[in-house]
Design a protein around this ligand. Structure first.
Ligand code: MEV
Length: 336
């Protein structure tokens, strides 16, 4: 669990008066249309039950970024670190906050970085909210989304904007590049299995690779991209009604498309095959950029924990998630 204890209190061992603002955002999974969304297709994404907490507070020295746990992974060449730096720069330059711009940003994450589960997008959203709050700016969700998107660009090069919107708004969303997300209400909420392969990868590189594939096979790519939009509409429909069997078979179709554009790997294919060995699993696919990262599976209701237990033996970072409706959340302000 994320630790909400005041940093100042913990570090110094006695109480200091410090102003701080904390915000958290969930990670995300993509149910359909990843990669094709960069080229204009519709995509469906959802929040997961793992979050990133960012706290902005006073500091006596230079501004700094502090990692509160291993998953925050803030080495300087890491995506999370670059996202935070970009978000902080954008806020300071856009809102002319130089004079108050000394702060500490501490990050506690439950999302493995490089896992395809939206850790950099969640970090960017939570940082934009916490830091703007700390600087006394009251930004709209749209402004926070724009700033987080700049952060995502600094990490991934040419992202669609899907990840930051999914983390910001939470719930299940239908998205097309350049549009606002459309939230989809769930009449029969369900759970999905998420399995992290343990293989980190770079979203930016994979997006570039898919772009090259498009250049080499423009007509076939266009057909797949059109079909990816069709799949996304169907996915939205079956998510709404909670029909996991249909959802699973759409995952299988979607995975075939992702394989063709070159973002699956032998390791991921084997992982999907082994997860789908259970009769209770209706279908599985890569979620996010692929090349490693994570997969999601639609599992018969009531059997999620049984399948999780089996899969966790080989892949310890596996979990079952509902689709939490809450995206960005301002945490209780910590005035100690
Ligand atoms: C990455 O989570 C999703 C991609 O579609 C890239 C993007 O939409 O920016 C691969």
């Amino acid at each position: 669990m994320i630790n909400h204890q005041s940093l100042a209190t913990r570090r110094s061992g006695f109480l200091m008066i410090r102003k701080s603002v904390s915000a958290s955002a969930p990670g995300k999974i993509i149910l359909s249309g990843e990669h094709f969304v960069v080229h204009g297709s519709y995509s469906v994404a959802a929040a997961i039950n793992k979050r990133v907490l960012v706290k902005a507070s006073d500091t006596e020295g230079k501004s700094r970024i502090v990692s509160e746990n291993e998953a925050s992974n803030l080495s300087t060449d890491d995506g999370n670190f670059r996202a935070i730096k970009s978000v902080a720069r954008t806020i300071i330059s856009r809102y002319d906050s130089e004079e108050k711009a000394r702060f500490e940003l501490s990050v506690a994450s439950e999302i493995p970085p490089g896992s395809g589960l939206g850790s950099s997008a969640a970090v960017a959203v939570a940082t934009a909210a916490a830091l703007s709050g700390y600087l006394g700016l009251s930004l709209s969700k749209k402004e926070i989304s724009e700033i987080a998107f700049e952060g995502e660009k600094s990490v991934h090069g040419n992202p669609s904007g899907l990840d930051n919107q999914a983390c910001l708004y939470g719930g299940l969303v239908l998205f097309k590049k350049g549009n606002e997300v459309e939230r989809i209400s769930l009449t029969s909420p369900f759970h999905l299995l998420v399995v992290y392969s343990g293989k980190k990868r770079s979203t930016g590189k994979l997006v570039r690779r898919v772009g090259e594939k498009r250049e080499r096979f423009p007509n076939y790519f266009l057909r797949l991209a059109t079909s990816a939009s069709g799949i996304s509409f169907e996915v939205a429909k079956y998510c709404k009604s909670g029909d996991l069997e249909k959802l699973g078979s759409l995952f299988t179709t979607s995975q075939a498309q992702l394989s063709w554009i070159g973002v699956s790997t032998e390791f991921i294919d084997d992982l999907i095959e082994s997860v789908c060995e259970s009769d209770e699993v209706f279908g599985a696919k890569i979620t996010g950029a692929g090349g490693g990262g994570s997969i999601i599976a639609a599992v018969k209701r009531g059997y999620e924990d049984v399948v999780l237990c089996r899969v966790s033996k080989r892949f310890p970072v596996s979990f079952v998630t509902e689709i939490p409706q809450e995206g960005l959340r301002w945490e209780k302000n910590q005035m100690s």
